[in-house]
Every structure is written in C-alpha cells, then in structure tokens.
Design a protein around this ligand. Sequence first.
Ligand code: AMP
Ligand code: MG
Length: 496
Amino acid sequence: MNIHTPAAPHFNFDNTYARDLEGFYAPWKADPVPEPKFLAFNHDLASQLGLDGDALKTDTGAAIFAGNTTPEGASPLAQAYAGHQFGGFTPQLGDGRALLLGELIDQQGNRRDLQLKGSGRTPFSRGGDGKAAVGPVLREYLMGEAMHALGIPTTRALAAVSTGEPVMREAPLPGAVLTRVAASHIRVGTFQFFAVRKDWPKIKQLADYVIDRHYPEARNDESPYLALFKAVAEAQARLVAGWMHIGFIHGVMNTDNMSISGETIDYGPCAFMDHYAPNTVFSSIDAQGRYAYANQPVIARWNLTRFAETLLSIAAPDTDRATELLTEAVNTFPETYLRHWLAGMRTKIGLTTELDGDLELVNELFAAMDGQNADYANVFRQLSKASIGDETPARALFSDDTAFTQWLEVWRIRLASEDLSPQDRAIAMDRINPLYIPRNHKVEEALSAATESDDLAPFNALLAVVRAPYVEVEGQQLYAEPAPNDDTPYQTFCGT
Ligand code: AMP
Ligand code: MG
C-alpha cells in the first residue's frame, strides 16, 4: 500500500522586525487551544508564499495556525502601537490578541508578515481576552479575498482554524484563530507609540526600517523622511480611492488600523454598500458617522496628519521647517486623492481619455443615484450594457430614473468623443465593475451557518463567487442582487 505522507511543514522565516527593532515589541507565546481544526486554508496564497500547501493542510498545520506549535524559525512577538480611536488618543494599544510569527519572502521577492490573530492574551491585551470568534475570523478571510480579487491592496488570510473552545461575547461563540499575511503590520499607531513617548531615536529607527522595507526610493531623496511621508500619503490616497470605487466602507479607520504600507487592514465592522448613500455607516459603534462612506477620504487625511506629527522632529533640520514642509505635504492630499479617484471613476464609466468636465460628469452620476435606492455595484455594472444600447437594466435600478436618464444622454455624447469601439469599451467596463461583491446578507448567511451549525458550505460558495468578481456565471444571479426585503439597515458589530 502506498500511503502518501506529506512532508513536515517548513517556513523559510527571516525575521527583520524581531532582529532589527528590539524595543518595539514584546516576545510572546500563543495560548494553546484544545482542538484546532481547519475552517479554511488558502492554497493559492500558500503557493505564492513558497509554502507547501499539502504539508500545511494537516493536523500539524492546524496546530501551527492555532498557535499550539511554534514553527521552526518563528520569533513570535506582540507589536507595540498606540492609536486614535474615533478621534480619542490611547497611548498604548498594541497587539492585544495577535502575534507576529515572522516574515517570509514570497515568490515575487516581497517580504510578508505572517501573523496569528486571536491567539490569546499578550502584555497589550488590557481588558480583552485575546481571542477571536469564528464569525469575525471568517468575515476577515472573505473580505480580504474579495478585496484582493478586486485589485485593492489588502492583507489576506492564509488560514482560519477553529479552536474547540468558546469565546465570551454577548453570548458564548465558537473561537477561532486567523493567520494573516501582510506587507507589514506597521501602522500610523506604531509611530504614534514612540512619538507620544518623545522617543525620537526610535521614530528615526522605525522610519528607516519602513523606508528600507516599503519605500526604498525615499532613501535617495534629499529629505528621506519627508519623501517617506509623501509616499505613504500617495499609497493611502490610492487605497481609499480604491475603496470608494467599489463602495467599500472600512468602518474603523482608527490610526492603529491604518497600515503604513497602504494595504487595507483589520477588517472589523466593514461592509460593502448596497444602495448608494454617501452617509452610509454600518458599524453599530459609529453613531456619529465618523467613518461613513463619503467621509473616508477626509479621515484618511486626518490620519495622515497624525502620522505627519510623529515625523516633526526628523523630517527637517528644525521643527519649524518640518512643520511647514509636512503641512504642505498634508495639504496636497485632497488633490492626490482626487487624481486617483477620478482616474478610477473614468475607467468605471468607460472613459479612456481625460477631458475637462469629466469630474462634473462623474459627480452628476452620483447626484442622480443619491436618494434613488440605486444599487451601487449594479449601476456601474449595467453601464456597459447601456453603453451598447440597452439602458433598461441600468434604469431599472433607480426608484426615479429621470435624472439618470438625462445623465445617460450627456454620457453618450462624451463617449462619442473617444475612438474605442463600443464593444471593446463594454468589455473593458465589465473588467473593472464587479458583478459579485460580498453582499451583506450573503456574508451574514455564510457566517451564521458557520457559527451556528458548523456549516461551511455557504461560506465556501460565497468565497468562490467573490474570488471571481467580474465574469458572469450562470446560476449565481442571487449573489449579484441586494437582499430581497432590506428595509432594516444593515449593522455590523465590533464584537470581534
Ligand atoms: P481593533 O478595533 O480590532 O483594531 O483593536 C483595537 C485594539 O484592541 C488593538 O490593540 C487590539 O489588539 C485590541 N483588541 C481588540 N480585541 C481584543 C481582544 N479580544 N482581546 C485583547 N485585545 C483586543
Ligand atoms: Mg486594529
């Protein structure tokens, strides 16, 4: 008999954070859990990381992803960071329930963090239990894969394992651990942690580390730290523009949830907007609408201003000059953001050239959608059909389509100024406007089935759908529609 035994899992760790940034973290160990079992494993991502998926999708792998076994070469640690949460500053947050295992170099030569989330209490846990529940872990898994498929920079999940122990939220919930892969886990809050302690040598050390790891071009600038700031601002402008293009609402854009690398990080009460409404908020704890859809670029700038403040003592020979230069850089953010946003919006409405008046054209589309119960993703998706003569499906998405119909006229005239053939244009539009996003009722359905009946089938089905967002598949129609009777506003909870 030929029994295939997978090779022992092997990780080629190279842990620069642990090695070069002593004093920025606490070395720590995960809490063992009774019964690690795979909920999901990302073979595709494992291959990209140069890992042997077959060796990892085993009991040995589950033990590693639950934190029960520390793989060889890992240097598990909890990172220190601070943060502004809903505008209020906390000088010490840190990884209260996460551990950085180490770093791997992926197949493209990029350095990637491997982090466990939900692995138990750490010195940064404050009142928390250090744990995570199945629902939020699967939500983060799903959202990361959807965002990745949509071309938005994001952390991704390598694995989700259930732990076999309950975690106490409003009610006991099944526990889980997420293994997260990120360009790094350095946040605006990481800088804030040392700035509030006036530890300027550490700020400089961190800035140098970030330049080497994420923005090496800044090193050649005559003001490397100012160049670093500008590079981060550019990455954030691009990121938040990407969110706005697809109707994504992060929900907790605190400075500790804003990655310096420019990836979407810390999927908590996030969601995709169904009907377009600029003031849409899903998070139950965001009563003031601070992190509402339309406010995200404003908050991105606010967060960048907090980042700039941490660089004041190193960005120029004196603080006055640094203040002047950083203020100037912060003030260009709206323009940078608008550039990214408009470029993406032009593509979404099928334009390949830039003309004066395009911004007004896009804004008029949003004005036509506002208050009309228009499904955000579907309006853009159906524009391709409208561009080749069939306006009915797009118009049907509006309660009152008067303004939209007028807009279509103006849009058509603008399209006629381009050389592209209508067919090619329609194809290009369908490659950028998703048909399948993780719709809120589908996400809820998947998470409830997994949490309440150990049924992963809806989760797996939804995951497969959102991983291929652009190509229409027969039988998947329900995934492209909003909830049938969605009178109650969708709410997400931070009990993560
Ligand atoms: P978040 O809102 O998930 O981004 O977390 C904000 C801060 O709270 C971070 O420092 C987290 O590590 C910490 N935190 C969140 N949930 C827990 C938990 N269950 N146990 C300990 N710390 C937590
Ligand atoms: Mg966080």
